[in-house]
Design a protein around this ligand. Sequence first.
Ligand code: SF4
Length: 523
Amino acid sequence: IEVHVCMGTAGVASGGDAVMAALTGEFEKRGLTNTGVKERNCKTKQTGCRGLCARDVLIDVYIPGQGPITYEHVTAEMVPTIVEEHIVGGEIVAKWAAKKDYFEFYDKQKRYVLNDCGKVDPDSLEDYIAHGGYDALKKSLKMTSEEVIDEVKKSGLRGRGGGGFPTGLKWTFCRNSPGDLKYLICNADEGDPGAFMDRSIIEGNPHAVIEGMLIAAYAIGCKEGYIYCRAEYPLAIKRVKKALVDAEKAGYLGDNVLGSGFEFHLKLKEGAGAFVCGEETALIASIEGERGMPRSRPPFPAVKGLWQKPSNVNNVETFANLPVIILNGAEWYANIGTEKSKGTKIFALSGKVKSTGLIEVPMGISVRELIFEVGGGIPKKRKFKAVQLGGPSGGCLTEAHLDTRIDYDSLIAAGAMMGSGGVVVLDETNCMVNVAQFFLTFTQRESCGKCIPCRVGTKTMLDILDRITSGKGREGDIERLESLATDIKISSLCGLGQTAPNPILTTIRYFRDEYEAHIFKQK
Ligand code: SF4
């Protein structure tokens, strides 16, 4: 009998440690550990996030011959009853067991990349291997590097960090750059408000990211790699550190990976939490010990990146897709999603939605299905107003866009973007001007200051928004915002500045009346 306890950040924050301690104590007190009889031997296992963070602490009770039974909002005080009635007595404690709405959260999802998140112990290499871990690496090592790249190209995988650039093609640029030493970098510097996909993947299944990086390194010809993870993710850092040590000891990393002759060394680099370090040239500068500021391109990192050597940067989710693609084949993967956006996408669903959490859905699902079926709709019987997709660089979509398909191109056509996957739902009580102000405050604060359009332009826009929201708006402010936004988008050096005006532009486009109400109604 095994009881899995959610020990991702949300699980721990909700009291996962206390639940784990209560379970262990209860099993020992009742003599249910080391009984010598498999059916009566009780064990606990920590897992990462299984998705529905809003219901933590979640536990799954596995009794041989039965499917898992999930309990929601578990506290240490509930543990003796669950052990007494369910584990010893065989009767599910129905009042605390997950009900229909819990399972509805998963109905429309396709959890391939997240399949083992919430099932494996993230601190155990043995458990990862028991779930088929590193089989994709072994399969890759039997292929040529070109065959691995071809497989990834055929799968149609596009970068999950926001840009959506075809992954296999990106690898080819780095592979074809001359040089013996090439670097592979995992961008785990997720910093958008409302985004926690990468953190949850690393916390829940760190070896999947390492395995994905090994596959990419083998395909591109990289000998050295870095995982660049923001220091504000202490649990992810702790888990990935242990995973790196364990993988190296077991021969998955090092001079001669699994005796194949392939060499790959992987290190962790902790970032100090600047949003701009998610931009790949700023990230590279930060690893080099420089201030994290974007650099002009060309030269592109594939030609001259880290320490002036050819480098390839992909984000956590992109790497976590690779074992799935290699094991199941490009054709299988390419059958999921839409014509130009293949596979699944992981989103962090938050805001005014009933079921907040981590979800994985096939590309092509509609915004409506995402919010009302997976997310369960808007709580407190309120009306849906808008959804901010793609974080502070993305845009707001309204009720009129609920049937928009979630894929790279449809979202851009609708004025939003996939971004890395933050989805913040807003209801009728949210003021859209305040929402725009919130996101611009964030990007303005995170501007590195290197180029004037972003440094001065976003500050000027924020000053206008501040005066509008404080009742001092002037006639012509909306047009000033639009004009500045267009200039900043065109002339900023990096993606932060180029996309910072998006929330303002889309809220003006769809909620101009709210700006006008702020400016004119108080006159
Ligand atoms: Fe820095 Fe902003 Fe310019 Fe990017 S656009 S380089 S964040 S000032």
